[in-house]
Design a protein. Structure first.
Lengths: 138, 80
């Protein structure tokens, strides 16, 4: 069985989403299974609605957002979703939606972009993350 | 000094950032035949270390890294 990287994706701003895509790619490249538990703002960022909105930037880096957006556009940096899609095509990446967030925000599986694989509760995620070699909360 | 050879497939990943070139190489290796030589063109700094590391882990052969004016050309042979 391959080593596992478990990522808890809590944040929904670009400065946090991008590294999740990059780290998941790194995991895939190094032959790891990658599991992403998307919860709260992280899950909200995976809705079809959010995908159509301009990316949000964390308040901490608000002043740098225009510069960052310009650089990313100029240098053709792929979006978080595109990076994650590539990682999924090339390896074993599972994106799990947090059932509690879905109940709270009245979301159904149909509300998500097609990157979400399954809906799980925190117990199941923790049980699965138990044997991960790398665990990240982002 | 390794010999720079012709590639069966060239992946032009210039302008793509880490981990873009590596991921493109992985895709090209997957789609190629055993024995194919794949060239990756990259000007991403991370590639320099990530690509050789991946090749070693994945069990392929790094023929060499050849420096060009504004990028590096990584030559990889698919071994399995």
């Amino acid at each position: 069985m391959a080593d596992k990287m478990s990522i808890i994706l809590f944040s929904g701003t670009m400065d946090k989403l991008l590294p999740v895509g990059v780290l998941a790619s790194g995991g895939v490249a190094m032959g790891m299974d990658v599991e992403i538990f998307a919860t709260f703002w992280g899950l909200q960022a995976l809705t079809k609605g959010a995908a159509q909105q301009p990316p949000r930037m964390s308040k901490d880096f608000e002043d740098m957002a225009p510069m960052m957006m310009q650089l990313m556009q100029e240098k053709n940096v792929p979006s978080f979703l595109d990076t994650l899609k590539t990682a999924k095509e090339l390896g074993n990446v599972r994106v799990l939606a947090c059932s509690m967030t879905m109940d709270l925000m009245d979301l159904t599986k149909e509300d998500f972009v097609d990157i979400v694989d399954d809906v799980v509760g925190v117990g199941e995620f923790v049980d699965s993350a138990r044997d991960a070699k790398i665990t990240l909360f982002i | 000094m390794p010999e720079e050879v012709e590639a069966n497939v060239t992946v032009d990943a210039r302008g793509s950032f880490c981990p873009g070139p590596l991921m493109e190489l992985i895709r090209a290796i997957r789609e190629g035949e055993v024995g194919d030589v794949i060239a990756v063109l990259s000007n991403d700094t991370g590639s320099r270390r990530d690509i050789p590391l991946w090749i070693e882990k994945a069990g392929h052969e790094l023929i060499g890294i050849f420096d060009k004016e504004d990028h590096a050309r990584f030559l990889v042979k698919k071994l399995k």
